[in-house]
Design a protein around this ligand. Structure first.
Ligand SMILES: [Zn+2]
Length: 190
């Protein structure tokens, strides 16, 4: 059984709408009406939100009577390396508020930090640190969209050590500042 992931339903739904590959393997989207399950990144037409259930464990979703989507193939063989990578991603999602220490993650999954970094890079083309930054920015975006927290509050609640670091990383991943991001969203709303 994988470590339980600390993401709300709405956050998972946001990843699905964004077809975000970064969360593939970490959870599955099951559609109650079609009885099919997908990866978050699946490009098939999006189901209605009310028809969706999320599962973390592939065995559990199959036991519940769902069949794997033919398009995104969420059931394709998991290499043991991918299993480790998914554990690392889940760990990062669940501990995003803490300072990044590679050794802690390595201890958690039971391999050396050197090997972890190499393996992670090979499977995701990113380092655990850059992945964590993406997870933190995703959290921050969620707060900017759905809360009245200030930029400074969001900065510290999402694990950034300083506002300058928060602004730099946010801009690199979203091509705008947190304030611009919030402003753009509000303009979109009726
Ligand atoms: Zn699919």
């Amino acid at each position: 059984m994988p470590e339980k992931i600390n993401l709300s339903f709405d956050e998972m739904w946001e990843k699905v709408l964004a077809c975000d590959r970064a969360y593939d393997g970490v959870f599955f989207t099951a559609v109650k009406t079609t009885k099919i399950y997908c990866r978050p990144s699946c490009r098939s037409r999006k189901p209605k939100k009310i028809n969706v259930a999320f599962y973390q464990d592939i065995q559990e979703v199959e036991n519940a009577g769902y069949r794997a989507c033919k398009r995104c193939r969420p059931d394709t063989t998991h290499s043991p390396d991918l299993g480790v990578v998914n554990s690392v991603i889940t760990f990062l999602i669940n501990h995003y508020k803490q300072p990044f220490i590679l050794q802690d993650i390595a201890d958690h999954v039971g391999i050396s930090s050197f090997y972890l970094e190499r393996l992670f890079k090979r499977e995701t083309a990113e380092t655990p640190r850059s992945y964590l930054e993406k997870i933190r920015v995703d959290k921050a975006s969620h707060y900017l969209r759905n809360s009245l927290k200030t930029n400074l509050e969001i900065c510290y609640e999402t694990g950034f050590q300083s506002p300058s670091n928060f602004y730099r990383v946010f801009r690199r991943l979203k091509n705008c500042t947190p304030s611009e991001y919030r402003h753009l969203l509000n303009e979109d709303r009726p």
